[in-house]
Design a protein around this ligand. Sequence first.
Ligand code: NAD
Ligand code: DAU
Length: 339
Amino acid sequence: MAEAFEPKNIIVTGGCGFIGSNFVHHVVNEHPGVHVTVLDKLTYAGNPENIAGLPEDRVELVVGDICDAELLDRIVPGHDAIVHYAAESHNDNSIANPEPFLRTNVEGTYCLLEAARKYDVRYHHISTDEVYGDLALDDPARFTEETPYHPSSPYSSTKASSDLLVRAWHRTFGVRATISNCSNNYGPYQHIEKFIPRQITNILEGIRPKLYGDGKNVRDWIHTDDHSSAVWTILTKGVIGETYLIGADGEKSNIDVLRAILERMGKDADDFDWVRDRPGHDRRYAIDSTKLRRELGWRPKHTDFSEGLDQTIAWYTEHRAWWEGAKAATEAKYAAQGQ
Ligand code: NAD
Ligand code: DAU
């Protein structure tokens, strides 16, 4: 374990998105002495409501683009760390139009690394297990920090590219960087284009849920609050230059997750539609997070998936106003893709 780092003034990019905003809430609730500057472009996936109501003396929102080097020159000095969540994050969108993924995920990371280098600021890079490609359903292996990169989609290839930039900027320029690669998150504030909130809000709207392919694809689910505590652990105790995998042993097939949602929402197990599969659809992700647990002592708290799912269904049921405005356009986009 490295000497503890005690940041007081951090920049969180993408702090109005799903996982970034949950991290901002986590820091405000768990780490009282820390001020957060959220840098967010407020794309379709960013919503200032996600951080509304947090104390103004703890959280400041700067609306802007991570690719804007002049803006970074204005805001980065005076901060001790950048925690970089901002991204184009949805695989299906990257298949429909890869261009914004290259710009935000690759060029945006480059701009932040250059700012971290120029102002000697600690940098933590949020990445994904998708950089490792996929595993067969019957493969006993899980991803580790040593698994070779083998991304499948335009999204995951841009995330893999950004990870490689971080490694190079650390080795060549000495940027004080760490990387984490996490599995599929669930919880409040997730955009309704994603699997779990799409199905919950479909049922709430009287639309039949949609399952891709044969439904046997496996994702390794982690509650977003556990992702936040892992990132804070790595930021404050992680060894510079190291990569840590974050996961909570939550492997489940899509059909099992969908049937659990249907059952909890009072629907029949077959009340859904099979739809066109995602091109290049990764079969299975699975994370071995031994390094993070053993070296930094992190443990997930939300280990009961059924309980987490109940809370997530309750959150979308109680926050209709948060998602209702985006529902028709999201479903129209999917319908045009046969999904
Ligand atoms: P999201 O799409 O919900 O949010 C992305 C946020 O980034 C939005 O607030 C958006 O406005 C902002 N943003 C986009 N482009 C920007 C730009 N150019 N400049 C500034 N802000 C910009 O994403 P998410 O699901 O919360 O994912 C956050 C991060 O976590 C991403 O880096 C993603 O790759 C990674 N990740 C996600 C998951 C998951 O399950 N969702 C799992 C592992 C890793
Ligand atoms: O593994 C981490 C990744 O998890 C993150 O890097 C990504 O940002 C995040 O979006 C997520 O990627 P996935 O592609 O796994 O998540 P998504 O919610 O899009 O889909 C989860 C699974 O459900 C996947 O196998 C596709 C399937 N699916 C998805 C939708 C939207 C369906 O069967 N039906 C659907 O309607």
